[in-house]
Design a protein around this ligand. Structure first.
Ligand SMILES: Nc1ncnc2c1ncn2[C@@H]1O[C@H](COP(=O)(O)OP(=O)(O)OP(=O)(O)O)[C@@H](O)[C@H]1O
Length: 285
């Protein structure tokens, strides 16, 4: 986790955003993300999560308030310039497919950012292999499945190596094996010192990967806390239409009032409480 005094690479200051048709999607949002931090933004459908992250590369500019990316006010910088620092993978991968082939798709940003040819080749091959798409490199992106297209959009961002990576619903539509793959990528990004923001409804994924959760509801941030603190607070979760992780819910049923005495946030914690460490861990299940 990034320590105190670490540089805030994302700083959102009292931001309001109103869509042209009058929908007020953000209502006074303030938040920060430190360098190297992994943060999740969670909340009910329509809470404003996607609207918020679209402010990080300047696709949307605040109606009121300001967004600073590494100190740069997004209103004074181009989307292209900000995108070099912030790689954003949209919820719907089709919104960011441009290339005729899978290879071109990943090479697109690298060419735009004028990387040398040999670097482009190396990076594209690396990113496609990471996302297990290399064998499709000559195919049209539109011939891929939805899950594969999502991984292609992630590969395209990984390839040009931005400092901040923002993923909108990365695990949606991915099977168990590919979800593990995305987990591996996140672990790798952590060792590389990247800053990562994930928008997701996937509580288990959040428990595994993030340092801090910003909980949103109706265009506002209603809480900011490490996942373990947040996921035991039922009233807050209910406001954001989230359920605690299943092991936490089961532990409440099993242990009632004594629940708080145990260290239960995931399945391993529950198994420890039940069997005192005499179990094979969740891998055996
Ligand atoms: N282009 C748009 N024009 C008008 N209103 C919009 C537009 N995009 C989003 N909204 C509205 O803004 C609000 C916030 O939407 P947003 O997509 O940011 O929510 P979200 O938290 O990402 O939701 P979800 O979990 O469903 O993806 C919603 O009321 C939505 O209907």
């Amino acid at each position: 986790m990034a320590g105190e005094g670490t540089e805030h690479v994302i700083r959102v200051e009292d931001v309001y955003y109103e869509y042209p048709d009058g929908v007020e999607a953000l209502r006074g949002v303030s938040m920060t993300v430190s360098s190297g931090e992994f943060v999740a933004i969670m909340g009910e459908n329509g809470a404003g999560k996607t609207t918020l992250i679209k402010h990080f590369n300047g696709v949307l500019k605040p109606t009121r308030g300001r967004v600073l990316i590494k100190g740069r006010d997004t209103r004074e910088h181009s989307v292209a310039g900000l995108s070099r620092i912030v790689g954003l993978v949209f919820q719907n991968p089709d919104h960011q497919l441009f290339g005729e082939t899978v290879y071109d798709e990943v090479a697109f940003a690298l060419r735009n950012f004028n990387f040398p040819m040999e670097v482009i080749e190396r990076r594209v091959e690396w990113a496609l292999k990471m996302m297990e798409l290399y064998r499709y490199k000559d195919r049209s992106p539109y011939s891929l499945s939805v899950g594969e297209r999502k991984r292609l959009a992630i590969a395209a961002v990984l390839a040009y190596d931005p400092e901040i990576i923002v993923l909108d619903e990365p695990t949606a539509g991915q099977d168990y094996v590919q979800k593990e793959k995305i987990s591996e990528i996140l672990n790798l990004l952590r060792t590389m010192g990247k800053t990562v923001v994930i928008v997701t409804h996937d509580i288990e994924f959040v428990m595994e990967h993030v340092d801090r959760v910003y909980l949103m509801s109706e265009g506002r941030i209603i809480a900011s806390a490490p996942p373990r603190e947040l996921f035991t607070q039922q009233a807050l979760l209910r406001r954001a239409h989230l359920l605690p992780p299943q092991p936490v819910r089961l532990a409440r049923v099993l242990f009632g009032e004594r629940f708080a005495e145990y260290d239960i946030y995931d399945l391993d914690g529950l198994l420890d409480a039940l069997f005192g460490g005499r179990h094979g861990g969740i891998e055996g299940i």
